[in-house]
Design a protein around this ligand. Structure first.
Ligand code: URP
Ligand code: ZN
Ligand code: ZN
Ligand code: ZN
Length: 461
């Protein structure tokens, strides 16, 4: 099977040029001068459109157990929604429950995902039980293509790891060439603030934000950086939301330390004000770290330009408003933490291009190319080049659309961006050479997506 994508503007992280793209089976076979005589079984006209590498969302939580419930998207619904939005790879977090092993966790995540994904997928591993056995098991995880390990400085009693435990895991990461990913919030201090707020009768959703001040993200980020420095391990800060945390990352990078960070669309577009919406509406925006006061947003956009923020992922972790978020009525600490977003990351970041915050090449870099390099998928993914997987998005940069839960494909009953008008829309999506989105229709299927066994990080300084 061959497909020829004609007349488009190929946008890679490194540059933009007019070229026709020939796909043979699952791979990109050639880029040729526009109009070069080539035959193909199918021709897609991309005139006036960008031809970009499929998005890579390096931070999702499908079917994730949390606070007595689980995130609303299955691997099937979540990866289908991702495809609709021009994302052709996700890296999801397998979650070690305390008292269980990393390998049984990996098996469990394979059981959930294998045969059910519409696009390719990989896993990171969350270590919530640091002991000799799990440290040793990191090696087997790496063998199994899972070589990035998330740890938590937040959520005492659940996922929380002590500084000593983090240090030990970092030593192991250094030894094996793997990467530690950090949820950097000072959970011990936050738990005190949460208890105090509840004791004072303050139970509204906005209290979730007020009890997790940005200083405690800055502090934890800096602490993680110092632990990484002592051990020599590379460090990836997930879902960075606060200027204080970005300052710490920037300072470390300026010294040449292998520290990287991602932010998420919600921190670029939404704010603490959304958590203070009347009634219980604010619960829709409860995630950790919390949305910040608006003034943090300009700092994050700057970080994306200066490469102190390397990646934008979604931290997609949807909980329905009507049932799941209601668990926290009157007690914000019981609201399941997380927001939906996997479908709209490419569009939301494209607004950065429209507004002049990012070049079109930087848009591709932070949403596809760098995630591929950071997580051992490049050049199989993240680039339009011969030999790469034919994960290709034909993107219309001037089409207009309104984001709404009425039209989205995520299995969640609200959109955090309800009513937002955006410029740019996915036209056609190929996942490993198969057309999965075209003419406003899903042509893919659960089980098309394959597990990606990832190489070690190729992005270190
Ligand atoms: O609130 C969030 N972010 N939920 C997902 C779990 C995590 O910490 O990434
Ligand atoms: Zn986290
Ligand atoms: Zn997350
Ligand atoms: Zn539901």
């Amino acid at each position: 099977m061959s497909i020829l994508i004609r007349n488009g503007l190929v946008v890679n992280a490194t540059g933009t040029h007019a070229a026709d793209v020939l796909v043979q089976d699952e791979k990109i076979a050639a880029l040729v001068t526009p109009g070069f005589p080539l035959e193909a079984d199918t021709v897609i006209d991309a005139a006036g459109k960008y031809v970009i590498p499929g998005g890579i969302d390096a931070h999702t939580h499908m079917e994730m157990p949390f606070g007595g419930t689980q995130s609303a998207d299955t691997f099937e619904t979540g990866t289908t929604a991702a495809a609709w939005g021009g994302t052709t790879t996700i890296i999801d977090f397998a979650v070690q429950a305390k008292g269980t092993s990393l390998l049984s966790t990996m098996d469990k995540w394979h059981e959930k995902a294998d045969g059910n994904c519409a696009i390719d997928y990989g896993f990171h591993m969350i270590i919530s039980d640091v002991n000799d056995a799990s440290l040793k098991e990191m090696e087997a995880c790496i063998e199994g293509g899972v070589n990035s390990f998330k740890m938590f400085m937040a959520y005492p009693g659940v996922f929380y790891a002590t500084d000593g435990e983090i240090l030990r895991a970092m030593q192991k990461a250094r030894e094996t060439g793997s990467t530690i990913m950090m949820h950097a919030e000072n959970g011990i201090a936050i738990d005190q603030l949460v208890a105090q707020a509840l004791a004072e009768g303050k139970g509204d959703p906005v209290q979730h934000g007020l009890t997790r001040p940005p200083e405690l993200e800055g502090e934890a980020t800096n602490r993680a950086i110092q632990l990484a420095k002592v051990t020599g391990a590379p460090l990836y800060i997930v879902h960075l939301s606060a200027a204080q945390a970005l300052d710490a990352v920037t300072a470390a990078r300026d010294t040449g330390q292998n520290v990287f960070a991602e932010t998420c669309p919600q921190y670029l577009y939404l704010s603490l004000e959304d958590m203070a919406r009347p009634g219980f509406e604010g619960a829709k925006f409860v995630a950790s770290p919390p949305l910040r006061p608006k003034e943090h947003q300009a700092t994050l956009w700057r970080g994306l330009r200066t490469n102190d923020l390397s990646i934008v992922s979604t931290d997609h972790c949807p909980f329905c408003f009507k049932d799941q978020k209601q668990l926290g009525v009157g007690d914000f600490s019981k609201i399941p933490n997380g927001m939906p977003g996997v479908e709209h990351r490419m569009d939301l970041l494209h607004q950065g291009v429209v507004k002049g915050e990012l070049t079109v090449n930087r848009w591709v870099e932070i949403t596809s190319t760098t995630p591929a390099r950071m997580f051992g998928l490049y050049p199989r993914k993240g680039v339009i080049a011969p030999g790469a997987d034919a994960d290709i998005v034909v993107y219309d940069p001037i089409a207009r659309q309104t984001i709404s839960s009425e039209t989205h494909h995520m299995a969640v009953d609200y959109s955090a961006y309800e009513g937002m008008e955006v410029t740019g829309k996915v036209d056609t999506v190929l996942s490993r050479g198969r057309v999965v989105i075209a003419d406003g229709t899903f042509h893919g299927g659960a089980g098309h997506g394959k597990f990606l066994s990832r190489e070690l990080n190729q992005y270190l300084i």
